[in-house]
Design a protein around this ligand. Structure first.
Ligand code: 4AD
Length: 458
């Protein structure tokens, strides 16, 4: 169907005086005896195009075209609205493409985000979700551009995996058969299953990413990861999009520098390409958002040792729900205190106790900590988790044995330490978490198309 995007009509002076065809959905309708006005949106911009219908001029407005949510096609002339200077269309012909009955759920101008979550197929038609999904798209493109400009190779790691990357029991099972009495034990059951062994949905592409980095030097993945953890919080979903670069010949400071450069690059790109959306989020969801992002661009991120952070938390004049001791895993309240109250900017926490981190992280000479880093940001908490990897085979084997891991499942991974092992590292960025940060949206369910959370799928 030949037509022009409303975004172009609204922004391009060349269209003034020309006849155009536009298509879209009716957002508001005002109908009187002589004149009618429709606000039309086709999804290409947050702004609507006003369609002016001069009934005395012989233009017919079909009754179904003046209904909220109706899909219509309009042929008309682009003119400038004398009152506000915007471009609008004086209609000549209106065709109804799809009627919309009165039970259309978006009758009220502002609906609660909670209500909209119940209808993911409808909420995309609101300005909020139009803006969220456009920002996701622009930031995804920026992530690819950032890595491609630096010579990173985009690698697609498998989503179905035979190993649990993090060594934590939070993997969804992949199976084609149900367990039954027919099997004497789990081994027999898995042997009969599709892959002949236990399989699951990948929690991270890192281990395969490391394999690729040991050949290609610098790689990144950008795809979904799955976590079967039952954390019903505002920042956890069971299926999220994960950006994971992995770099050979790199140590922890290189990983941190790469993460900071990437975050600044994608925020700069977002601010340049989505000024309308940024303004919208600033007005509707987070006052001071633009200033917050400018501060991120113009200041260095803080780098703080885990042990120093523990001291800060112990001295804090705040009643935390969870007590703080060296060795504890930081809770969201602790992370937020560090980044929101103490530094008021993004903070890389580094050198965590080895007991609370994954087996693959580089063991520091103190014997107690590993060269790990989490990037914490105000308002959201952790958006990145990464580390330098343990490149020494014996140390890696020792860490795996301490955790009672099955070495047989990690044969390929261990080979990397056998054949030309090098210092290397990388990180994982939760794409939804960074979208929350740059939009000011407070619930991860509102920055992903169809959120999957415990007890909730559609
Ligand atoms: O800290 P995580 O678990 O690290 C890894 O998976 C490493 N293998 C990454 C690497 O070094 N290549 O996860 C990385 C990030 C977190 O910081 C968070 O932003 C996001 O992934 N994340 C989630 N996002 C939404 N919902 C969940 N359930 C998430 N779990 C992790």
């Amino acid at each position: 169907m030949k037509h022009t995007d409303i975004k172009d009509i609204l922004c391009t002076p060349d269209y003034i005086g020309r006849d155009v065809t536009v298509c879209g959905w009716v957002r508001t309708a005002r109908d009187s005896k002589n004149m009618a006005f429709l606000a039309l949106n086709d999804g290409t911009t947050l702004n609507h195009c006003q369609i002016v219908i001069d009934k005395n001029g012989g233009v017919e407005l079909p009754a179904e075209a003046a209904k909220l949510g109706a899909a219509i096609k309009v042929i008309g002339t682009v003119v400038v609205n004398e009152n506000n200077g915007t471009h609008e269309i004086n209609a000549k012909e209106i065709t109804v493409l799809g009627v919309c009955p009165a039970d259309y759920p978006l009758q009220k101008k502002f609906q609660k985000l909670e209500t909209l979550r119940e209808m993911p197929h409808i909420r995309v038609r609101t300005n909020t979700f139009n803006a969220v999904f456009r920002v996701r798209s622009v930031m995804a493109a920026a992530i690819h551009r950032f890595f491609q400009e630096r010579g990173f190779v985009y690698v697609n790691t498998p989503l179905i995996t035979g190993s649990d990357c993090e060594g934590a029991g939070e993997m969804f099972k992949v199976t084609t058969i149900g367990y039954s009495d027919k099997y004497k034990n789990a081994d027999e059951y898995y042997a009969d299953d599709f892959f002949g062994k236990r399989a699951g949905l990948s929690v991270s592409g890192q281990l395969e990413g490391e394999v690729a980095a040991m050949a290609l030097g610098k790689i990144y993945t950008f795809g979904p990861s799955f976590r079967a953890e039952k954390s019903n919080t505002v920042r956890h979903v069971a299926e999220f999009w994960h950006v994971e670069p992995e770099v050979a010949f790199a140590e922890l400071p290189d990983v941190i520098e790469l993460a900071e450069d990437m975050i600044k690059y994608i925020i700069r790109d977002y601010m340049e390409k989505c000024p309308e959306e940024l303004k919208f989020f600033e007005q509707r969801f987070q006052k001071g958002l633009t200033e917050k992002l400018l501060n991120v661009l113009h200041n260095d991120f803080e780098i703080v040792d885990y042990s120093d952070a523990i001291e800060l938390l112990k001295k804090a004049d705040v009643e935390f729900q969870y007590p703080v001791e060296w060795g504890c895993d930081l809770q969201s309240e602790h992370e937020r205190y560090i980044t929101e109250q103490v530094y008021k900017k993004p903070v890389f926490l580094i050198n965590y106790p080895k007991e609370i981190k994954s087996f693959y992280m580089k063991q520091n000479p103190d014997g107690k900590t590993v060269a790990a880093t989490d990037l914490l940001v105000p308002g959201v908490g952790e958006i990145i988790g990464g580390s330098e990897r343990e490149a020494d085979l014996d140390k890696l084997l020792a860490a795996m044995k301490e955790r009672n891991m099955s070495l047989d499942d990690y044969g390929d991974y261990l080979d990397l330490r056998k054949y030309g092992s090098v210092p290397h590292g990388g990180f994982g960025l939760g794409f939804e978490r960074v979208i929350m940060y740059v939009t000011g949206m407070e619930n991860i369910r509102d920055v992903i198309f169809y959120p999957r959370t415990v007890g909730n799928i559609r």
